[in-house]
Ligand binder design. Structure first.
Ligand code: ADE
Length: 316
């Protein structure tokens, strides 16, 4: 550190920086800077724990990744991409990466804590959501996706499990472990450039172009977004089937049922998002990008500038 505090009598320069925009806010952290508590979630390569900053008392979600396990399963590249993608993000609708550090066993990512858990849980318990609630969550998700794309990233695993909710029931998109970094200067060697393509994402939300082995672009996230809107209005995803193979068949054949009871504007936006050809899909550059989606009648009345500062509609 640059300076140290001497004991407290006079106001000295402190290494504590509370302003996130200040360059020193991101000074180095180590494992022992945090007290670790409850487990929030477990994945194949990681565990997410509550971590409390010993100095400030602020709580975070600390993702702990097992180094040996990652190396053994050739996932190092994905961990690096997750970190690089997350570190580009600065948006209220996306979990923020504050610090990373490591010890002999593990890598640690310190992230925003989203205390209310996964949107998935609420969809399962409470869907169909009413139109205002669906519109609200869809709008927040769209703004998060817009930011992700503006920062040169494709998420590639947009789904209700990866949309977390904070104390105020606003969204925080998480899990950039399937992301692709698409900007010119920092092109990562991925499965697409290396030749052998591997499946990333989750079967139910996978775009048809990925199943055709066509290049995957930002529009893949718009497809998944369409699936999520459908799911909030109906409680199930549009291409549900007992096996991944059958799900893929349905997606390839664009085989889904549009429920009669969906409002007309919802039917229209879903149908425009669930378009097989990514160039003809709503959100593509040719069709006016994300702005055209914001302008769709489904989103009538949304205050795009202030939605993250607004009161979330009740989920009952
Ligand atoms: N589970 C996984 N990531 C999380 C986060 N950032 N906040 C709360 N629970 C989580």
């Amino acid at each position: 550190s640059l300076t140290h505090t001497t004991g407290g009598s006079e106001p000295t320069l402190s290494t504590e920086v509370d302003d996130p925009s200040h360059p020193l806010y991101h000074h180095r952290r180590i494992v022992s800077d945090f007290d670790y508590g409850d487990i929030l979630g477990e994945g194949s390569y990681s565990t997410v724990l509550i971590g409390k900053d010993k100095r400030t008392g602020k709580q975070y979600a600390v993702k702990r990744l097992d180094k040996a396990h990652i190396v053994k399963n050739n996932k190092v590249k994905y961990v690096m991409i997750e970190r690089d993608a997350l570190s580009r993000m600065n948006h209220p609708g996306i979990v923020k990466l504050y610090w990373t550090y490591k010890d002999n066993r593990s890598l640690y990512f310190v992230l925003d804590l989203a205390r209310s858990g996964e949107l998935y849980t609420y969809v399962r318990r409470l869907a169909p959501f009413d139109l205002d609630t669906t519109k609200f969550y869809a709008a927040e998700i769209l703004l998060a996706i817009e930011h992700i794309h503006e920062r040169g990233v494709i998420h590639r695993d947009i789904k209700p499990e990866n949309i977390l909710l904070d104390d105020n029931m606003h969204i925080k998109v998480t899990d950039f472990g399937s992301a692709k970094i698409i900007d010119e200067n920092n092109q990562q060697e991925g499965e697409d450039t290396a030749g052998t393509r591997s499946f990333v994402g989750t079967a139910e939300y996978v775009s048809p172009e990925l199943l055709r082995s066509d290049p995957v672009s930002k529009e893949a996230d718009m497809w998944a977004f369409g699936c999520v809107i459908y799911q909030m209005l109906s409680c199930k995803s549009p291409f549900k089937a007992p096996t991944d193979y059958l799900i893929f068949q349905k997606i390839k054949n664009l085989e889904y049922v549009m429920p009669d009871e969906f409002p007309p504007a919802a039917k229209d936006i879903i149908q425009k998002l669930l378009t097989s050809d990514p160039e003809q899909r709503f959100g593509s550059q040719a069709l006016g990008g994300i702005q055209a989606i914001k302008d769709h009648p489904f989103f009538d009345g949304v205050d795009w500038e202030n939605i993250f500062n607004s009161t979330a509609p009740p989920l009952k």
